[in-house]
Design a protein around this ligand. Structure first.
Ligand code: NIG
Ligand code: FE
Length: 399
């Protein structure tokens, strides 16, 4: 592996201390060996060089919540929703999660891979170096496992680190409409054991119309017995008890949290649960943003993610997510940058990612602007000059 030396960095965000002006980063064998002032840089040897010409550098984005493996789209449903159609109207027309489930079940595994890979390539071009990918559009044993295999294959074939999450309890599939217990038995007794070798985590959509706290608890207990940590779709559309559940079981993350309370936040902080916020979903659903500043005040670590899915947040760009977090949610620019990088890494239990210091992963983005503030400030422009994964230029100019 060739060593890489970045010189001429105008502003370097390391997440390990103050922003550094006139900086240098050295990557050896995929790992950072130096990130700091040019005057303090060690002897650089025979590394490949990139002159950043005054541009800003930040850690690569860690997109900690996505549903990128699916077939079809729901553009018609989006149009109806924008005209005021309700959730019930959409469901009555055969829309919603189950319509994506039908399209996904009908697609072949290779087709699912090609579609997911195209999305993830655009994410990499937008500066993402690590993503979490959930299943959840199969809702039968064969298709759920295919989605997890596709997610793993994305990580094997593309220059991105992938963590996988089993979300069999995303919605009740139509064939179990009158047999909730039968579906949960299938999830717990057959899907979870089959998913364990393919999934790092287990997730449940806790919501009226999806799964109750008691149902989720059953799934998470079975997952814990198989060594899978919990991520929880909690308090997205209503306050349903998902956050208290996440705190109670010591989940790794509680995600969405649009309707979280101050008491919930205190309990989540106490339990060390990371808040993964997905402002794209609130934006598309025209609902209020999660209270990010309050969650930080309560002592939670906050991560930002795209939630990339065909129903509520068809976003691939973390720049757009950061802009929504700053403009609509009220995070500061620095908080948004931290949440989109270090916060995501912590939520995926990857302590050596999302920061640039000796020993951490050589994953970073060179921004074609003098400061990282330009990312949320100019969200509709892809300002990525180069994405660097493990010390290798994998997207951007000159790639
Ligand atoms: O994260 N909350 C549940 N799941 C997705 C939406 C899925 C869909 O509408 O297809 C979400 O918003
Ligand atoms: Fe989601």
């Amino acid at each position: 592996m060739t060593d890489l030396l970045l010189t001429g960095i105008g502003r370097l965000t390391t997440n390990a201390g103050d922003t550094v002006a006139d900086a240098v980063v050295m990557i050896v064998d995929g790992e950072i060996t130096y990130a700091g002032t040019s005057s303090g840089a060690p002897d650089q040897g025979r590394a490949d060089r990139v002159d950043c010409e005054g541009r800003a550098v930040i850690p690569g984005f860690v997109d900690a919540h996505t549903h990128v493996v699916f077939a079809g789209d729901r553009a018609d449903e989006f149009g109806l929703k924008m005209q005021g159609a309700s959730y019930a109207d959409i469901a009555g027309l055969g829309g919603g999660i189950v319509s994506t489930v039908a399209a996904t079940r009908a697609a072949g595994e290779d087709e699912l891979f090609q579609e997911a890979a195209a999305r993830v390539r655009r994410m990499i071009e937008s500066g993402t170096t690590t993503i979490e990918i959930k299943s959840g559009y199969g809702l039968d044993l064969g298709t759920e496992m295919a989605l997890l295999r596709v997610a793993r294959r994305v990580g094997d074939e593309l220059p991105v680190t992938v963590k996988t999450t089993f979300l069999g309890a995303h919605a009740l599939p139509p064939e179990y409409r009158d047999d909730r217990k039968g579906y949960l038995d299938l999830v717990v007794e057959e899907m979870l054991p089959a998913a364990a070798p393919l999934a790092d985590y287990c997730d449940v959509f806790v919501e009226e119309g999806a799964f109750s706290v008691d149902e989720a608890l059953r799934v998470f207990e079975a997952a814990a017995d198989l060594g899978m940590g919990a991520r929880v779709h909690a308090e997205q559309l209503t306050h349903s008890g998902g956050a208290a559940l996440a705190a109670g079981i010591g989940a790794v993350s509680a995600d969405h949290l649009d309707h979280v309370t101050v008491d919930d936040a205190g309990a989540l902080a106490e339990a060390g649960v990371v808040a993964v916020l997905v402002p794209g979903a609130s934006y598309t659903l025209r609902s209020p943003q999660a209270p990010g500043p309050m969650l930080l005040d309560q002592g939670m670590t906050v991560a930002l993610a795209t939630d990339c899915n065909p129903g509520t947040s068809y976003l691939e760009s973390m720049s757009m997510v950061m802009s929504l977090a700053v403009v609509q949610m009220g995070l500061s620019i620095d908080q948004a940058i931290h949440a989109a990088t270090r916060g995501g890494a912590l939520s995926l239990q990857m302590p050596d990612h999302g920061l640039l210091s000796p020993g951490s992963a050589g994953d970073l983005v060179i921004i074609d602007a003098p400061s990282a503030a330009h990312i949320p400030y100019r969200p509709a422009t892809n300002l990525v000059w180069k994405t660097i994964k493990a010390g290798r230029v994998v997207a951007g100019i000159g790639h």
